[in-house]
Design a protein around this ligand. Structure first.
Ligand SMILES: [Zn+2]
Ligand SMILES: [Zn+2]
Length: 304
């Protein structure tokens, strides 16, 4: 049952993402945000490693990727996409654009703009734009969590509970945990290097108190040599130090376990749809909600 559930989810996610690519390849002159298409096409290619659901075109995805990479200055990636397209059967209406694009891209530097490269929020490694292993960090293997509109990477790290802690108990601990005072939180300036957080008190004397966040120290518990992914495992004591507002919980029906995500940049506001549990940049979600009146993924209407 579980593999089926995850496979169904993966396909639903892919069809949802592909919808934007399809609209772009059908009507290339309608308005689409280049960044979103760039992110979506990479997201889809990362999901395509085993089988491609019926109706999703790899050629269409590569075409969108080639065009947007070139526009945004990811020339190395664009060249890769054009090379792949040269060896793929593409719809005849794309052929001319593919041939022309393949020539033009050779005049560009063989580089990707550094500002486009995603950073891993778990280990701070700068990642390449495409990774053979899928949408995860090349160093610590932590899966990236995407905002399901722009497909940008959200500053979230998923963690699992130490064995023996039930989902009910974890929620209870989190609900009781004493959140840092809002005023303080505002003045927190995070320096993630070295896993230290330094607290700067705005108006008071510029006193710096260094305090270690127990969750941050857990982030580095991975084996660089290993190809296997080691999740962040959290025990009761670490749960107690977490602010409920920084944790997003996807609740699934039993026998599935909940999924826990901890925000590493509390200033970045994130929204989780209460119905489908997809995560979004709040701005992304609110704009879509205003335009369509429902969650962009599951069309759920939030009761006010
Ligand atoms: Zn990493
Ligand atoms: Zn939803």
């Amino acid at each position: 049952m579980l593999p089926k559930f995850y496979d169904f989810q993966r396909k639903a996610d892919m069809y949802y993402a592909y919808h934007s690519i399809q609209r772009y390849t059908d009507e290339p002159f309608t308005s689409h945000l280049p960044e979103a298409l760039f992110n979506i096409s990479r997201y889809l290619l990362h999901q395509m490693h085993d089988n491609i659901p019926h109706g999703i075109s790899k050629a269409g995805t590569l075409y969108a990727l080639a065009k947007q990479s070139k526009n945004l200055g990811a020339y190395k990636l664009a060249r890769y996409a054009y090379e792949k397209l040269q060896n793929t059967r593409v719809p005849p209406r794309f052929q001319e654009a593919v041939d022309l694009g393949s020539i033009i891209i050779r005049s560009k530097p063989f580089l990707d703009g550094e500002e486009l490269l995603p950073m891993c929020y778990r280990c701070s490694t700068t990642n390449p734009l495409l990774n053979n292993g899928g949408s995860q960090c090349i160093n610590c293997k932590q899966p990236f969590v995407h905002s399901f509109v722009s497909f940008e990477v959200l500053p979230l790290v998923e963690f699992v509970l130490e064995s023996g802690i039930t989902d009910e108990e974890a929620i209870q601990i989190l609900d009781l945990s004493i959140p840092k005072e809002k005023k303080e939180e505002k003045n927190w300036q995070e320096s993630r290097m070295g896993n230290m957080q330094s607290l700067r008190l705005g108006d008071e004397a510029e006193e710096e108190i260094e305090e270690e966040d127990p969750f941050s120290t857990k982030l580095m518990t991975f084996d660089q040599e290993s190809t296997e992914f080691r999740p962040v495992i959290v025990n009761r004591n670490v749960l107690k130090t977490m602010s409920r507002a920084d944790v997003y919980i996807r609740k699934w029906p039993k026998p599935l376990r909940h999924q826990y995500f901890r925000s590493l940049l509390p200033d970045v506001t994130i929204t989780m749809c209460p119905s489908c549990s997809k995560l979004f940049h709040t701005d992304d979600f609110e704009l879509q909600y205003l335009q369509h009146g429902h969650c962009p993924f599951c069309r759920h209407k939030i009761e006010s």
